[in-house]
Design a protein around this ligand. Structure first.
Ligand SMILES: [Zn+2]
Length: 169
């Protein structure tokens, strides 16, 4: 069999990210079951889940946790050629962190139109515009992979979320 055929698809990796989110954080949106995994050369490099509440750290988004774990396990700081999979469209901070980490590709599940506006700090600028307008074209984004499955984990656009829960944590 061709070696490339052994590689998992974007859908396969996203399914693994979603499983990780559920196994670590359950399915209640209040517990922010967001997961990210980093894959390089067809191999899992690292993973992370949102730990902002547990660590009292507003920067402990799943993507940042995955980037930190990749550094720890590999002894490297940058990951050219790697793909970061996230169950939810990365915020500006995580997109920027991915750029600094040299990640080549971001693939996400649910997009900002699939979930409540509380998940995004900005009003109009999407991650896609952010990358397209502001940065070199060495980072590509693919959205909507298993979007419907991933979106079920989060508050939806029509959900009436109490004010005190309206933080991306
Ligand atoms: Zn983020």
């Amino acid at each position: 069999m061709d070696a490339l055929n052994d590689r998992l698809s974007d859908e396969d990796w996203m399914a693994r990210a979603k499983e990780l989110a559920v196994s670590r954080k359950g399915t209640d949106p209040a517990n922010t079951p967001i997961a990210a995994i980093i894959v390089r050369d067809g191999q899992l490099l690292s993973h992370g889940v949102n730990r902002t509440a547990e660590h009292c750290d507003a920067t402990a988004h799943a993507e940042v946790m995955a980037i930190r774990a990749a550094g720890k396990s590999s002894g490297e700081m940058r990951f050219p050629g790697a793909t970061l999979y996230s169950t939810l469209q990365p915020c500006g901070m995580c997109t920027m962190a991915s750029i600094w980490a040299g990640i080549s590709r971001i693939v996400y599940g649910a997009g900002r139109d699939d979930v409540h506006e509380m998940y995004f700090e900005d009003r109009h600028l999407s991650t896609l515009d952010f990358v397209a307008d502001a940065y070199k074209d060495d980072l590509t984004l693919t959205g909507g992979v298993l979007a419907h499955d991933c979106a079920k984990l989060y508050y939806r656009p029509w959900d009436d979320v109490p004010e005190d829960k309206q933080a991306n944590d």
